[in-house]
Design a protein around this ligand. Structure first.
Ligand code: ZN
Length: 556
């Protein structure tokens, strides 16, 4: 049973007429018009990726020219010419695969046949597939016949790579580009075929197959055959996923949500769950980039987020996620996923590598994307360097085509060097004392607003018995009111002191100490980031630059 169903559909549902040809209406219309009006060209070139139907169109054209009912856009399919062409044994229809017959001898043999009139049909049709593979001498040999063909001879050339076909040949052909089929077109066709075959299927299963077929109906039908065998006569999403090794989108959605919310713990846990399930990290990243691409489209063109009309049942979820994650982060994550796939193979542990790729987004999270969340959650859950960084990268990586047009011009910059640590002012013993006292005052919420400012901006210069003498540069802070409140606060903390504040220069105040400490942390944070090999790779390969001031220590 399994053996029987394999490949059956691809053969059985190979289109035999122009009307059955799916997703190529522009080619069909041009050819049927030409056939109806008998405007026949002597050479046709069909281009397009593999599996889009170039040979199929060629056979239908051969039948149209040779059908016993006359030259027609609707060959009868039952006459000797039609049936023999379909069966591949019509004497006047010859298919030559240039990929395996690229020499001049094979072409010469074919062309020698050209001098003889058709035996059975109206026309001799020479179909040369992958014509770009022919050697130059073979092309030259063909060119003579192509320039002055006998009336009864038609050439049908097909290629996946028209750029490699000499212009002299191209210029003598009527050219048609067969398009890769849209996944929706493939799904619709598969539904018709499976309806005919009375095979139960769910739409998500067909969508998976359509995507895996990458535009080729032939591949889609072959995959469907395999999936039927795999699923014991049924097409259900879980078995198709299993067969294709693709990852359940719910995992993808949890990852994206966790990343949008800067929830590192959740990312790590989901990676672990994938490991338990034995799912492919590479498929996950591929699926993620597809979802991110849709999200980017929804972000750029909100009108498209009409989920009621969207045939993808996951569209609504993707629209929600698109609102959770800022556009620049979506772009960055897309790049990280694409590049991360290449990296998986290098790592000793695929899942550890996967979590590294995803956690990188948290390390590179554009600043203020999720106010507060990045700092808190990253700090709480990750053993990553305690820094958050905004990377300014162009919206698309050089190797990553997306549906979006880049709107910013990348700024090529040399990797900035980390600033040298800021020299600290000489700390004083009284400065230590005052810094500790102020921290206690703040913690106990005894000083607020301008009183707190006065405390922060003053330097303790002497402790004379119960009188503490301060110096302050900012005269405006040194008001009687502020001094009184500060004194009350100190007394409330148990320091029975009188304070006196003079105006004058300061170098060791609590405020200056905090600035210095932050500068040192900043320098350390920047050094960690700048020394990270992946950051250097991003800077070089993506023409990225660190947004000035975007590196923030997380532990203030
Ligand atoms: Zn016929």
């Amino acid at each position: 049973m399994r053996g029987m169903s394999y490949l059956v559909l691809a053969r059985k549902y190979r289109p035999k007429t122009f009307q059955q040809l799916v997703g190529q209406s522009h080619v069909v219309q041009a050819l049927t018009n030409a056939l109806r009006s008998q405007r026949l060209h002597h050479a046709y070139l069909f281009t397009g990726t593999r599996g889009v139907g170039k040979t199929t169109v060629s056979r239908i054209l051969a039948k149209s020219l040779n059908c016993e009912t006359g030259i027609t856009d609707q060959p009868c399919g039952v006459c000797a010419a039609c049936t023999e062409i379909d069966a591949g044994r019509f004497v006047d229809y010859t298919e030559l695969d240039a990929a395996s017959n690229r020499g001049v001898d094979e072409v010469q043999q074919l062309l020698e046949q050209a001098v003889y009139k058709p035996v059975q049909g109206r026309f001799k049709v020479f179909m040369i597939d992958e014509v770009h593979m022919l050697s130059n001498t073979a092309f030259n040999a063909m060119l003579k016949t192509l320039e002055e063909p006998p009336e009864y001879l038609k050439f049908v050339l097909a290629t996946t790579d028209p750029h490699k076909v000499p212009v002299t040949v191209l210029s003598r052909c009527l050219q048609f580009n067969l398009r890769p089929m849209a996944p929706e077109t493939i799904v619709e066709h598969l539904q018709l075929v499976l309806g005919d075959e009375q095979i139960a299927s769910d739409t998500q299963a067909l969508r998976l197959i359509a995507r895996a077929a990458r535009g080729s109906m032939r591949d889609a039908l072959s995959l469907t055959d395999q999936a039927i065998a795999f699923g014991n006569g049924q097409l259900q999403e879980p078995t198709v996923r299993d067969m294709l090794g693709s990852v359940d989108r719910s995992h993808v959605f949890s990852f994206i949500q966790a990343l949008a919310q800067a929830d590192g713990l959740s990312v790590v846990n989901t990676c672990e769950a994938l490991r338990q399930l034995g799912l492919s990290a590479s498929s996950l990243l591929e699926e993620m980039s597809m979802v991110l691409q849709r999200m980017a489209v929804f972000q750029a063109v909100p009108n498209l987020a009409d989920t009621a009309a969207d045939p993808d049942p996951d569209a609504q979820r993707m629209v929600q996620l698109a609102q959770l994650m800022p556009a620049d982060e979506t772009q960055l994550l897309y790049s990280l996923c694409l590049h991360g796939r290449a990296e998986l193979g290098l790592a000793p542990d695929e899942y550890a590598a996967l979590s590294m790729v995803l956690l990188r987004l948290l390390a590179f999270k554009p600043q203020d994307a999720v106010p507060g969340a990045a700092e808190k959650k990253t700090l709480k859950t990750l053993e990553a360097p305690p820094v958050a960084v905004a990377m300014q990268a162009p919206p698309t990586a050089p190797t990553a085509p997306t549906a979006l047009t880049p709107t910013t011009v990348p700024t090529p910059t040399a990797a900035p060097t980390a600033p040298s640590p800021v020299a600290s002012p000489a700390p004083t013993a009284l400065g230590n004392t005052w810094f500790e006292v102020v921290q206690e005052l703040v913690k106990a919420q005894l000083i607020q607003a301008m009183t707190r400012e006065l405390a922060m901006q003053t330097q303790l210069i002497s402790q004379d018995g119960s009188t503490w003498v301060f110096q302050c540069e900012r005269e405006s802070l040194n008001s009687a009111n502020n001094r009184e409140r500060l004194q009350l606060a100190l007394q409330a903390l148990g320091h029975a002191v009188q304070i006196s504040v003079q105006n004058g220069p300061v170098h060791d105040t609590p405020a200056k100490r905090i600035t210095t400490r932050n500068d040192e942390r900043q320098a350390a944070a920047e050094a960690v980031i700048m020394n990270d090999p992946y950051v250097q790779h991003l800077l070089q390969d993506f023409d990225g630059k660190i947004v000035p001031g975007s590196i923030k220590p997380l532990t203030l």
